[in-house]
Design a binder for this molecule. Structure first.
Ligand code: ZN
Ligand code: ZN
Ligand code: FE
Length: 755
């Protein structure tokens, strides 16, 4: 019976292209003496396999058990076929029929084998900066279309030499069908320019860059997903120059380190953090820095943390090998604009920032930033989902397909639902920025092209002024508006595969509410297809609207006015004194007459207001700046002390009053209590209040979402307190809890309406 011959057709979905899946199937079939073929298709990988039943059983088991390291099978469809006469097993031409569903693969960090070759003087790829194989190298950043074949990437311009071609067609080789395969002879090459002239090529281009970096120059380097600006991390003056030229006041810079060993010498490093750093994703990991390290203090001013990554491509490996010291590695852009990808553009656009340009001639199709993660409660938590992650999320298969979600305004991402998961774009940034908005439109056009105009519905944020909303309204497709905080909660639920009723705590900077005010300190009850607002922070006015977001002192003034009345205008508090008399006069009128002072219930803004009252921050140059400082202060003390919010249960939704809470902070301040302790008491008050509300609701499943929960102190304490009170708590790990995952929540919301 077991010797009976059979034939099957298999459709494998998931992350199965560009990760060495076909050669793996080929070798497996060879080993087991099976016949048939394997090919890439638009859905994933197709296999027809024939042989003795006993061998076929082994094949099916090993197919899942031994699949290549970077692959991920989300489903296998199998059906029997009539037997054929054939001699062997082949890798067939890609099958282009059918719907385009397969994943656009992420860029993967250089594997150990390629790394060994680059540093082996006897290897033909010694010091070759574009070495890659089926287990590593560029994907997402060079793919122009699906399926993932060399012709559909920017490597189509390079004709493989004989030796590379031999590897490419040899099923036993690690470079079998490695689409970006290349070497010194046939592949992309380096060049170094100053603003006008070609100064060096090949390895000399790297050594020149190294020399200049050591001299304190700013060098722009064409990296995996775009240009990075590199400067010596121990050179305070050079960093100050970069900050000034890049128009970036205080926002921390990420660092590129030459080795894991040096990272260990400079930071606290857990196993989870170490694994993140050295993974195929190779993200920036936020690490707690040790004292007395040789990193200039203007790299991450006022922060306990450093954002550190290790080299993720051969060019970076070579550079860091020669430098032997950490460097600042920040996106090659001006403030919030998208990262620059083209060398000609870079030389003119970044000309005012960089002193030199280390470039190459392998084109980048899509800009992609470095991903950022932090580890909280022993688990990796994604803060920015970009290089190494984009694009397909195969876990989310129960959404309706054909939905395009446009995300929010800041930290925009767009998403598109397919039969086998959700395509989530890379981080596109702040849509107010013209270049970011262009990139947003380009990304949608590309989704349309790659997935054959299958968009049937559009979902967007409820905010009437978001550019994504206006874009949705300009399209002739069915559209649906989804409330911002509901989308946050649904994204968190989707990631944690939660169904049924949940209680959601969503705290962020701002989002448009169903009542036309600005929400941000929300407690939502969520049932199968709708949500209700159970409670929220008592509202306060944002004096000057958008301006209040950049100036925490305006929030402080609004909060203090509520507590102290007109008396506040004569106060000696730093936050009040930071205004001119003229400014105070105008602000007073705005407050009293409610002019350009929209109401908000935002916890993010409450952080700002308190930070300003404590004289920590009056004006912000980047998002969450004040909150990050508050967290840093709070984490330096260990206390259970807390302020108290008054929960007014009489009305619905329940109102959380902060008047007494602010008054208590003021009295601590006048009693000269350390602001570290005040910060900790502030955080603890939020946690205690959250648990109290959760108890009132009584729902067992609690989800925490919104940008405020990127605050480690707040997240850790909230989770622990809720668990202790008997709740099951869920937060975001694989998707950012900030607006980067709004698009996912929007797709879930639209699917709930549809079904
Ligand atoms: Zn490799
Ligand atoms: Zn070659
Ligand atoms: Fe938000």
């Amino acid at each position: 019976m077991n010797n009976l011959e059979k034939r099957f057709a298999l459709t494998i979905r998931g992350r199965v292209q560009g990760v060495g899946f076909r050669p793996f199937v080929y070798r497996l079939a060879q080993q087991l003496s099976l016949t048939g073929w394997v090919s890439n298709s638009l859905q994933g990988v197709l296999i027809e396999i024939q042989g003795k039943e006993i061998d076929l059983e082994k094949f099916f088991t090993l197919l899942e058990q031994d699949s290549p390291p970077n692959s991920e099978i989300s489903s296998i469809e199998k059906h029997a076929l009539p037997l054929k006469t054939e001699e062997n097993f082949l890798i067939a031409q890609s099958n282009l029929a059918g719907i385009k569903e397969s994943a656009i693969l992420p860029d993967l960090a250089t594997c150990q084998e390629c790394l060994a070759e680059i540093f082996d003087i006897n290897n033909r790829r010694y010091f070759y900066p574009f070495t890659n194989c089926v287990n590593c190298g560029p994907r997402f950043s060079i793919i122009e279309n699906l399926p993932y074949d060399r012709n559909n990437t920017t490597m189509k311009d390079f004709l493989m030499c004989q030796e590379c071609e031999k590897e490419y067609f040899d099923p036993s080789n690690r470079r079998f069908h490695a689409q970006p395969n290349a070497c010194h002879t046939c592949g992309p090459q380096l060049a170094f320019y100053d603003s006008n002239n070609l100064l060096a090529t090949k390895i000399e281009a790297i050594t020149l860059a190294v020399t200049l970096i050591k001299e304190g120059k700013i060098i722009a380097i064409k990296s995996t997903g775009g240009f990075l600006l590199i400067v010596d991390a121990s050179n305070k003056e050079a960093i100050a120059k970069l900050r000034q030229r890049k128009n970036r006041e205080e926002k921390p810079f990420a660092l590129l380190y030459p080795s894991l060993d040096l990272v260990k010498k400079h930071c606290w490093l857990s196993d989870v953090e170490s694994n993140s750093l050295t993974s195929a994703i190779a993200p920036i990991v936020l690490l707690k820095q040790l004292d007395g390290i040789n990193i200039a203090d203007n790299v991450a001013p006022n922060s306990n943390y450093l954002g550190i990554m290790l080299a993720n491509n051969p060019l970076q490996h070579l550079l860091m090998y020669l430098l032997e010291a950490p460097v600042v590695a920040t996106s090659g852009n001006i403030s919030d604009e998208p990262i620059c990808i083209d060398e000609k553009e870079a030389i003119s656009y970044l000309g005012s920032i960089a002193d030199g340009f280390l470039v190459h001639n392998r084109a980048i199709v899509q800009a992609i930033d470095d991903s950022i993660v932090q580890v909280v409660l022993g688990k990796e938590m994604l803060l920015r989902r970009a290089r190494g992650y984009s694009s397909l999320i195969t876990e989310f298969t129960d959404c309706s397909s054909g939905i395009l979600a446009l995300g929010a305004q800041l930290k925009n991402t767009v998403a598109f639902s397919l039969e086998n998961g959700i395509y989530l774009s890379q981080h596109l940034g702040d849509l107010h920025n013209k270049k970011a908005f262009d990139n947003f439109q380009k990304t949608i056009t590309k989704i349309n092209k790659v997935y054959d105009n299958k968009i049937s519905n559009i979902v967007h944020d409820l905010h009437p002024e978001y550019l994504s909303t206006k874009y949705a309204q300009s399209q002739s497709l069915n559209s649906l508006a989804v409330q911002h905080h509901y989308a946050h909660a649904l994204a968190c639920m989707a990631e944690n595969q939660l169904t049924g009723n949940v209680f959601a705590v969503v705290w962020d900077g701002s989002g448009y509410g169903t009542d036309g005010t600005i929400w941000g300190g929300e407690f939502l009850q969520i049932t199968s297809n709708k949500f209700s607002r159970f409670a929220h922070l008592k509202q306060f006015p944002l004096i000057g609207s958008e301006k209040a977001i950049k100036e925490p002192r305006r929030v402080a003034l609004a909060l203090l006015y509520e507590v102290l009345g007109e008396e506040i205008f004569n106060s000696q508090l730093t936050c009040i004194q930071s205004f001119t008399e003229q400014e105070l006069k105008i602000l007073k009128q705005m407050l009293k007459n409610k002019i350009n002072a929209p109401l908000t219930s935002s916890v993010g803004r409450l952080f700002d207001g308190v930070a300003s009252i404590l004289a920590i921050e009056q004006k912000c140059s980047f998002e969450a700046q004040a909150a990050i400082k508050m967290e840093n202060l709070a984490s330096k003390v260990d206390t259970k002390e807390s302020y108290k919010f008054i929960i007014c249960k009489k009305q619905s939704p329940i109102i959380i009053d902060w008047k007494e809470f602010i008054a208590n902070i003021l009295s601590d301040l006048s009693n000269l209590i350390d602001i570290k302790l005040i910060s900790a008491k502030f955080h603890n008050a939020l946690v205690n209040m959250l648990v109290e509300i959760a108890k009132l609701v009584g729902e067992k499943q609690v989800v925490l979402s919104g940008g405020c929960f990127q605050n480690r102190y707040l997240l850790e304490k909230s989770v622990l307190a809720l668990v202790q009170a008997g709740f099951s708590v869920y937060w975001q790990q694989k998707l950012p809890s900030n607006d980067g995952s709004i698009a996912i929540g929007q797709i879930v919301a639209a699917s709930r309406v549809k079904s």
